[in-house]
Structures are given as structure tokens and as C-alpha cells.
Design a protein around this ligand. Structure first.
Ligand code: DAH
Length: 342
């Protein structure tokens, strides 16, 4: 009888079903109510006592193996994935990992830095939570001066003597650099700034600026103009024209606003440039001697220029984005359109 069971065992082990019919035949033949295993159990009573233990174990093993085979092929033929190690295909290509893209504000900021670094500007950074001295007073905004209203400020606290606020411009970094560096100074300060404004397509309570500062002996307005013309052509193309209009900032004298010719309509007039042919992109001017003195720089010996631009504004013009809010919503459909060269 042992021989017969062992034969059946190897038959079960080698069994492979290619169809449901074959599998059903296997089940009836072995595990069915008139199947071979039932027959073995029936014959078991004739087994001599001393062999009962061994034969009993063999029949049980056979039954379990037959049941396992049945289960295995049932799930395979049902199309279900089996988790046995044999089914693991280690040669299959993996699922590709989706690469993120650089944010348009970072791309444009890096491009601005790259353009100015080619003419010797370095990068400086400063804190976003700033005291009144660095954000206002040192920059020639006297207390109660109406110019403070130009910048709707988020105040954090007051330590009794001085207000602490979120910086409203990166001009505050100018002050920190001038206080700690001997001229010549040629540096850029990129960073996030905050203003208490209602959020709309054209305004946000935070945005990004890049401020530039150049201080040395005999720096003139002509140097400022030439530097900005170089920047405009590098950023918007060789054909770009610039226009400087007189303006007012407490920390520069004289002050100006710079426009670039509209690249959307080639200065012919369109709704982007409001039919003027030009777009305003930054404020600039010669650093006020009061500011130099406030920061410990001899205004008789040194002069300098400064400029400041909004990164969102430049990115809007470059990528024709018409709503500022898109930059901070984190919508993948918007963000994945930008391919970084920087
Ligand atoms: N700080 C100015 C602003 O936030 C921008 C600016 C204007 C910066 C003129 C300058 C400058 O350095 O010279 O509106």
C-alpha cells in the first residue's frame, strides 16, 4: 500500500493543470467522494497495526498536497496573481519615478543671479523677520514719514523701542551689507518679502525680490543705466529697449523706475503693456548719502547705485502668466510646464 501512496504522491507533485476541466478531473479523481484518497482511507482498516502510524501519515500528506495543488491552480486559472516566489519576475523594468521640476520663481531668480554674476555681483542674504532700523530707519524712512505707508507692513511685535516686522523689501539686506563691508561692494540680495495686501490676480501678501547694490568711488548714474541695459538685453533679448522715468524712493536720490519695451507686441501696443509699448519692471536710483552715512560709509568718498525688482513680475512677462496666485497654489498642472535651464 505504501508503494501505491508514494506513486500517487509523485503524481500529485508533478501535476500541472492547463484548463479548469483538467483541474476538475484531478479533484474528482483524487479528492472526490469516490476518489483515490477516499479509497485509501477505506483500505486503511486492513493495514496491520504496526504499520498504521506510518501509512496514516502518508495518506494525510497526500491529501494535503493534493488540496494545495488544487488551490494553487484554482487561483492561477482564475487569473489571480499568486504570490509564490516563483512568480516574482526580477527582470521586469521598474515603475519610473516622476521627476519634479524647478519652480518658475526659482528659475527666474537663478537667471537674474546668473546674469549679474557675470559682471561680478555676489549674492547676500538677510533675515525675513526684520527690525525697524534695517527695513525702514536706516533707509531714510524717518518715523511718521508718509513713505512708510507705501509699504503695508505686517508687524510681528514691538519690543518697546523698536518695531519688529516681516521685511517689506530686500533693501533691508543692503543695510546689513553696508554696515559690515568696506566698499567696493557689488552684491545682489534675492529673497521673499511680505506686504499686508488683499490677495488678487495682481497682488499677493508675499512675493520675491532681487535687490542690487553697487558702491565704489565715482559710481555714476551712467553706470546704473549701462548695468540695467545689459540686464534687460540678457533677460528679454538683444532688441530690448529701456526707459527710465523719474520716481521717488526714500533711500535713493535721484530715483527712477525702469521700463522695458514690450516683447509681447514689439512695442506696438497690446493689452499686456496697456497699449503703451513699455512695461515697468523695477525701481532704482543713486544711494542717498544719508543711507551711506547711516551705515558707516563715507559719502564724500563713495557713491553707489541700487535697484530692486519683483521676481513674480519678471516671470509673468517671461512666461505670460496672468495670475500671481498660480505661483503659490502648488498646482502640478501649472508647475510641470516649466523646464529649468538653471
Ligand atoms: N525697495 C523697493 C520696493 O520694494 C524697490 C527698490 C527701488 C529697490 C529702488 C532699490 C531701489 O534698491 O534703488 O518697492
Amino acid at each position: 500500500m505504501q508503494e501505491k501512496i508514494k506513486e500517487l504522491l509523485s503524481e500529485v507533485e508533478g501535476f500541472k493543470a492547463e484548463s479548469k476541466e483538467q483541474l476538475e478531473e484531478f479533484r474528482i479523481n483524487l479528492l472526490g467522494s469516490k476518489g483515490k484518497i477516499k479509497g485509501l482511507f477505506a483500505d486503511f482498516k486492513n493495514v496491520p497495526n504496526e504499520q498504521k502510524k506510518e501509512v496514516g501519515q502518508l495518506i494525510n500528506t497526500l491529501k494535503l498536497k493534493a488540496q494545495d495543488k488544487l488551490d494553487e491552480f484554482k487561483s492561477k486559472l482564475a487569473g489571480g496573481e499568486s504570490s509564490t516566489a516563483n512568480d516574482l519576475d526580477l527582470t521586469r523594468t521598474g515603475t519610473p519615478i516622476k521627476l519634479g521640476s524647478r519652480h518658475p520663481i526659482s528659475i527666474v531668480r537663478n537667471e537674474i543671479i546668473d546674469i549679474f554674476s557675470r559682471i561680478g555681483f555676489t549674492v547676500s542674504e538677510g533675515p525675513e523677520v526684520e527690525d525697524d532700523w534695517h527695513n525702514f530707519s536706516a533707509l531714510n524712512f524717518p518715523p511718521e514719514h508718509p513713505a512708510r505707508d507705501m509699504q503695508d507692513t505686517f508687524f510681528v511685535e514691538s519690543d518697546g523701542e523698536e518695531d519688529i516686522a516681516l521685511r517689506t523689501h530686500t533693501s533691508s539686506v543692503q543695510v546689513r551689507i553696508m554696515e559690515n563691508t568696506e566698499p567696493p561692494i557689488r552684491t545682489l540680495s534675492p529673497g521673499r518679502v511680505y506686504r499686508n495686501e488683499a490677495i488678487s490676480a495682481r497682488a499677493h501678501c508675499f512675493f520675491h525680490q532681487v535687490e542690487g547694490l553697487y558702491i565704489a568711488e565715482k559710481v555714476s548714474f551712467a553706470d546704473l543705466k549701462q548695468t540695467l541695459m545689459y540686464f534687460a538685453k540678457e533677460m528679454f533679448g538683444e532688441e530690448t529697449k529701456i526707459r527710465l522715468r523719474p520716481s521717488y524712493f526714500p533711500f535713493t536720490e535721484p530715483s527712477a523706475e525702469m521700463d522695458v519695451s514690450c516683447s509681447v507686441c514689439n512695442s506696438k501696443g497690446c493689452n499686456v503693456c496697456k497699449y503703451t509699448g513699455y512695461l515697468e519692471i523695477m525701481g532704482c536710483g543713486m544711494v542717498d548719502p544719508n543711507v551711506l552715512e547711516n551705515c558707516g560709509i563715507d559719502s564724500k568718498k563713495y557713491t553707489g547705485f541700487a535697484f530692486g525688482m519683483g521676481v513674480e513680475r519678471i516671470a509673468m512677462l517671461k512666461y505670460k502668466v496672468n495670475d500671481l496666485r498660480l505661483y503659490s497654489e502648488g498646482d502640478i498642472r501649472f508647475l510641470e510646464q516649466f523646464k529649468a535651464a538653471f
